[in-house]
Design a protein around this ligand. Structure first.
Ligand SMILES: Nc1ncnc2c1ncn2[C@@H]1O[C@H](COP(=O)(O)OP(=O)(O)OP(=O)(O)O)[C@@H](O)[C@H]1O
Ligand SMILES: [Mg+2]
Ligand SMILES: [Zn+2]
Length: 678
């Protein structure tokens, strides 16, 4: 019988496996890195000895010990010198056949070896954990070592000195104890795995061992292999609860690629994708497939297409330039902003929707939180979780200003920093932002500038590549078309317009496109350059507003690259540059117009003030200082009269500008009806 000939000792079977060429080589290389871990591919064990692999999954605690012993025994053969130094080898199993979905993890998996994948939402600092504690008897000074396994530090039962044998008291001796690095992580289901409308599941991961701590940071997508454990939570003074909490004791941790992964397209799908890219109307088709139930807004949908595909980030030796785009929609109530944002969050790889109402800075960026046990942990917020994806922030204007500040760094540097409670960390947040906001006064007032229309600081406003205003103005023709569209939608229960590309294919198409890195052609470069120089030249005459800055030039490049990407082209063509110029112009015309000179004035977005407004503010301040000379204060009524008479600035305009100066703190009101410069 064959079975009788089989080796049954698990350690020997592991060792036979490790005698394969590849693993012998890995063992002999351990000394080089001074490593004590040996990474083993699960599939390799499976290919070598299926039964052994299955037993490892079923009884990991027992079989991992066998594996470690086998690896050490084999190391003694391969490299006896290093084996003596290393003392032990930890076998780290990676790449099980299938990850276990966090959602499905339950009592069936307790004690079994599983692989889980998720995004790290929280991590504790690396802390030393005592493995072997030395206790000194206070009576006889004998040191008794105790191996530690449980959650709590355990002292010896009796003193190990046979002459003493007292039951304490003891003193913990740190120098004679053995410590090992440990860390706790919490992972969460990836946004793309989350069923719509469900709260994401999380799982705690305990990491012990210097070679696997500190590999993963919040925001990282990881794969962890290890046995599932169940532990009863303890209530102080009450005891242990009957419902247990699950966690994973990590045997291995791998940080997965930072690119959002979606299933690879099948060969047929790849063919569909490539066919679509060849279509000369591919851009129109994509735009037509974005939220087809929402009527109109083609330019907004075009911008959404650009944000979905994104430009190419550039990392130069000295600086890094973001490739992700930021788009802001300012709009009247009920103009489908929330609907668009939610749609984008659903379709974008690693898309995320959050509403500014009730969103805190910590929830958006990162927070240091105090754990129940007393330690501190770092928790990732939305922008970190959406790293390399799109964060859709609705109702941005409703965020508290102190929370909004946190977005600055993310939008500028694409990182998020925290320094609190002993934790100092910088996390990646290479996130494109699609934000929506309502006008301050309820409705967008066309005769006011953007900065006046929206209660967002200009420092944030200027970080958006494109800004659009969605206005709800009654118009007979478009109203009847829109009403027909919406009513038809309700009657049919589906979109009246059939999207040319299905949601599923579009998602795959976007992921596929991310690997294309288009480069500007000479033609495209010339178009962008011409536009930039023409706009700059218009500002050259003395006293003209500045129409465009280098920042818009970068936005143009991103937009053109995104458009090339949307056609899976490696080259940015002149047509891409032209489309980028067209949409940039449209955005500038909507928000960058100086309302008194009807010229585009970028300072409206960059500083919140147009050139003509700055001139008038200058006049007002000058006049005020004149009036202040006599009494130390300027009487408001006199100021208004003087400005109207001398400079033809209307009283209402004066009042509007004065309230702006008051808000900024440039002037103040020392006494009712009087003003003074600060
Ligand atoms: N152009 C449109 N096409 C189809 N439906 C529309 C359109 N505009 C608005 N609607 C419908 O109007 C409703 C309100 O839209 P939504 O809640 O997205 O508005 P909003 O812009 O977010 O408003 P608010 O500023 O008040 O948050 C939605 O049901 C949406 O489908
Ligand atoms: Mg809304
Ligand atoms: Zn003693």
């Amino acid at each position: 019988m064959v079975e009788e000939l089989e080796i049954t000792d698990p350690q020997e079977r592991f060792q036979n496996f490790l005698k394969t060429e590849e693993y012998r080589q890995r063992l002999s290389q351990m000394a080089m890195g001074g490593r004590t871990s040996l990474t083993v591919n699960f599939e390799d064990i499976l290919g070598f000895d299926q039964q052994l692999a299955e037993e490892l999954l079923d009884k990991p605690d027992e079989y991992l010990k066998h594996a470690n012993n086998a690896a050490y025994a084999q190391l003694q053969i391969e490299d006896p010198e290093y084996a003596e130094k290393a003392e032990t080898v930890d076998v780290r199993i990676v790449k099980l056949l299938e990850p276990a979905p966090l959602r499905k993890l339950g009592s069936g998996q307790i004690g079994k070896l599983v692989m889980v994948e998720g995004i790290v939402v929280r991590s504790s600092p690396v802390r030393p954990m005592v493995m072997r504690a030395a206790f000194k008897c206070k009576r006889c000074a004998t040191i008794t070592p105790v191996n530690q396994t449980g959650l709590f530090l355990r002292a010896p039962f009796v003193c190990s000195d046979p002459n003493c044998r007292s039951k304490g008291p003891y003193e913990f001796v740190q120098e004679d104890s053995i410590f090992i690095d440990s860390q706790d992580l919490r992972i969460q289901e990836r946004p793309e795995d989350l069923p719509p409308g469900q709260l994401p599941r999380t799982l705690g991961i305990k990491i012990v061992g210097k070679e696997i701590v500190d590999i993963a940071r919040p925001g990282d997508h990881i794969s962890a292999v290890g046995p599932v454990r169940a532990m009863p939570p303890t209530l102080p003074g009450v005891g242990k609860l009957r419902t247990f909490n699950l966690h994973l004791d990590a045997n291995s941790i791998e940080v997965l690629g930072k690119e959002p992964e979606t299933a690879m397209p099948s060969p047929e799908e790849e063919e569909q994708i490539l066919d679509l890219a060849k279509d000369p109307w591919v851009h129109r088709k994509i735009i037509g497939s974005i939220a087809p139930s929402i009527y109109g807004y083609d330019h907004v949908k075009e911008a959404i297409m650009y944000i979905l595909f994104g430009g190419v980030p550039k990392t130069l030796p000295d600086i890094a330039i973001r490739g992700e785009m930021n788009v802001l929609l300012i709009g009247d109530p009920g103009t489908a902003k929330s609907q668009l944002l939610q749609y984008v969050a659903r379709i974008a790889p690693r898309g995320l929707y959050t509403s500014g109402r009730g969103t805190t800075a910590a929830g958006l960026t990162a927070a240091v939180i105090r754990e129940k046990g007393g330690g501190m942990s770092l928790e990732a917020g939305a922008l970190v979780l959406a790293d390399k994806g799109i964060a859709c922030i609705d109702e941005m204007d409703k965020m508290r200003p102190e929370d909004r500040v946190a977005i600055h760094e993310a939008m500028e540097q694409h990182t998020v920093s925290v320094a609190k409670g002993g934790i100092v960390a910088t996390l990646n947040a290479r996130t494109a932002i699609l934000a929506a906001a309502n006008p301050t006064l309820g409705r967008y007032e066309a005769h006011r500038t953007v900065a006046e229309n929206i209660s967002l600081p200009v420092t944030i406003l200027s970080r958006f590549d494109l800004i659009f205003v969605l206005r709800d103005v009654p118009n007979k023709e478009s109203d009847s078309k829109m009403s027909a569209h919406i009513l038809e939608l309700h009657r049919k229960g589906s979109s009246p317009i059939e999207p040319p590309i299905s949601v599923d294919l579009l998602r795959k198409y976007i992921s596929y496109a991310k690997s294309v890195r288009p480069v500007l052609t000479q033609d495209a470069l010339k178009r962008l350059n011409d536009f930039y120089l023409a706009m700059r030249a218009a500002s050259e005459t003395e006293g003209s507003p500045v129409a465009i800055t280098a920042r818009q030039l970068e936005s143009l490049v991103r937009t053109a690259e995104a458009r090339a990407r949307a056609a899976l082209r490696k080259e940015v063509l002149a047509e891409d540059a032209e489309a980028a110029v067209a949409i940039m112009k449209r955005s500038l015309e909507e928000v960058g117009i100086d309302l008194s000179s009807y010229k585009i004035d970028i300072d409206i977005i960059m500083t919140g003030k147009s050139k003509s407004m700055r001139d008038r503010l200058q006049t007002i301040l000058g006049t005020m200082l004149e009036l202040e000379k006599d009494t130390g204060m300027a009487e408001k009524a006199a100021l208004e009269a003087e400005l109207e008479e001398k400079y033809q600035i209307s009283r209402s305009e004066t009042n509007r500008l004065l309230s702006q100066l008051l808000r900024e703190g440039t002037i103040y009101e020392p006494r009712e009806g009087y003003l003074k410069k600060t």
